[in-house]
Design a protein around this ligand. Structure first.
Ligand code: AMP
Length: 541
């Protein structure tokens, strides 16, 4: 129709162009793998991203080709985010904590033609290089002074040398906003890791959603420290969303221990940070041991795994830092819900407020949610009934790279594999994962609830609840737990601890104490490994 709005494409490079124009002097600070602190501005970053785009083209990287990275959060990785996508190619951020075989699998599956990596990963790449069949160029993300004297990596190139050969006179090409921009593999599915392909349009829309006040609440007044890695689901969009709003960015590099994160937060006057619970546990331990507080940190986003209520309490009551509990998936770019409070909840007691915040949060506009029973029938948002959580929206995967896993959508909705309740206010709470879920006599049992009770016992360090095959009930839950050092506890004592806290039929059938539980490369409990270990386990009686 005549007079309708312009149809300009939503492209990732527009974010950095905008930041250069409007927030040119705002800083990006990085702790580097070389051990130094690097600082420059959005204006510098934009100039260097253009130089890098020319360097990529000089290497022969073409539109739609994949380029891999094995890198920490830092300014060169940020430049690669913009330069690779900016020329119409696809950045494949690979998680360096995966098993080497998985890294090889991913790089070969993605058919990466170049691999950029930090100094830390030289030994890893030396080992993997012969198997990385598609990679024509290995580029070390450092300067000449830090290049290794000798290396087994064929034709190893130096990032800064490639940059020096170019200038920054470069116009970002315009193309269809539905062009692929980034690729991240997830191990949160059965079988081999599967590729999730983000587009320019989905990435820009997701950044808008992420910046909203009831999402991550980002602005030009913030200094943001993404602890969440840029190799895991786009660091929850922060490299895009912070650029969109002109927030100062602070990258921690490989230094993620409590002391380093704390010092960086203080030095750079960080106002918001984001990461998984494990990282915050280390930070809280550091604060308690050193008896120090934050001077500028106001908010922290905690997600990727359920944020324990005790952690919300510690941040808010002891340190005056508001917790935003967030839930999402690699397949969702990744943001789905964030747990900010509504106006009328201001009247609730602190404890009641924390109970709301312990839920996974409310949907962001752009993420449609529904919960369904086994027949696919939609369940009410009553905060009680729980069912499979399905999502849809413009930044949610429609399937996996190369069609792996087949047609995953159910009537146009993406099944998250999470089981959840949604209350009348729209707060979603995860009660379990369907791939882990324990089904007894046709009814769900929440392993997360059972784990929360176990870890509330003073003698328990960590606990996992898994389903064990049962001839009558199909599955029954058992607790696999790690005791705190020097603590005594029997199977009977722990089972007694459950009494009165759960329905009788939820009572675990057994307790097994182990020295340690298996974790995935991203630090989550690996129920898959645990279930594998216990697959021949016989229940007592
Ligand atoms: P990933 O794709 O590795 O980010 O994993 C996504 C999965 O992690 C989700 O489907 C959930 O099962 C889990 N997850 C993410 N955030 C949370 C959270 N806040 N609470 C509980 N589980 C979460």
């Amino acid at each position: 129709m005549h007079g309708l709005m312009m149809d300009t494409p939503l492209l990732i490079t527009d974010l950095i162009r905008f930041a250069d124009r409007n927030h040119g002097d705002t800083e990006i600070v990085s702790k580097t793998a070389e051990g130094s602190i690097h600082r420059y501005t959005y204006r510098d970053a934009h100039a260097r991203a253009r130089r890098l785009a020319k360097a990529l083209q000089a290497l022969g990287v073409k539109a739609s080709e994949r380029v891999g990275t094995l890198a920490w959060n830092g300014y060169r990785h940020y430049e690669l985010y913009y330069a690779i996508s900016g020329i119409g190619a696809v950045i494949n951020t690979i998680n360096p904590r995966l098993f080497p075989d998985q890294i090889t699998y991913i790089s070969n599956h993605a058919e990466n033609t170049a691999l950029f990596f930090d100094l830390t990963f030289v030994p890893l790449v030396e080992k993997l290089a012969p198997q990385l069949k598609s990679v024509k160029h290995f580029v070390l993300m450092t300067d000449r002074a830090h290049m290794p004297a000798r290396t087994a990596i064929p034709g190893l190139l130096c990032y800064e040398e490639l940059m020096q050969k170019q200038d920054d006179r470069f116009e970002w090409p315009a193309f269809d906003e539905r062009t692929a921009a980034a690729l991240c593999y997830t191990s949160g599915t059965t079988g081999n890791p599967k590729g999730v392909l983000y587009g320019h349009r989905s990435t820009v829309l997701h950044a808008y959603g992420a910046a909203l006040p009831d999402a991550l609440d980002l602005s030009a007044r913030d200094a943001v420290l993404p602890v969440v890695p840029m190799f895991h689901a786009n660091a929850w969009s922060l490299p895009y969303a912070c650029t969109m709003v002109g927030a100062k960015m602070v990258f921690p590099g490989p230094h993620l221990d409590g002391k380093s994160v704390y010092e960086l937060i203080e030095q750079e006057k960080v106002t918001l940070s984001a990461g998984v619970p494990t990282v915050w546990l280390m930070l809280l331990q550091h604060l308690a041991a050193q008896k120090v507080k934050f001077s500028t940190l106001k908010r922290t986003v905690i997600g990727g795994s359920a944020c324990p209520p005790a952690m919300i309490r510690a941040f808010q009551e002891e340190y005056g830092v508001t917790v935003f509990h967030a839930w999402g998936m690699t397949e969702m770019s990744p943001l789905g819900t964030v747990g900010s409070l509504k106006a009328r909840q201001a009247a609730l007691s602190k404890e009641e407020q924390r109970a709301v915040q312990a839920k996974q949060g409310r949907g962001i506009f752009g993420v449609d949610m529904k919960i369904v029973d086994e027949e696919g029938k939609e369940l009410p948002w009553d905060g009680k009934r729980f069912g499979n959580l399905l999502v849809r929206g413009p930044w949610i995967a429609s399937g996996y790279m190369k069609g792996e896993g087949g047609d995953v959508l159910k009537d146009g909705w993406f099944p998250t594999g999470d089981v959840a309740t949604i209350d009348p206010d729209g707060y979603m709470q995860i009660t379990d994962r369907s791939k882990d879920v324990i089904k007894s006599g046709g009814e769900w049992i929440s392993s997360i609830d059972l784990e929360n009770i176990a870890v509330a016992h003073p003698a328990i360090q960590e606990a996992a609840v898994i389903g064990i095959r049962h001839p009558k009930w199909d599955e029954r839950p058992i607790v696999v737990a790690v005791k705190k050092a020097g603590q005594e506890l029997t199977r009977e004592e722990l089972l007694k601890f459950y009494e009165g806290k759960i329905a009788k039929w939820w009572m675990p059938d057994d307790v097994v104490f182990v020295p340690e539980l298996p974790h995935t490369a991203t630090g989550k409990l690996s129920k898959l490994t645990l279930r594998e270990k216990f697959k021949d386990y016989r229940l007592p009686g």
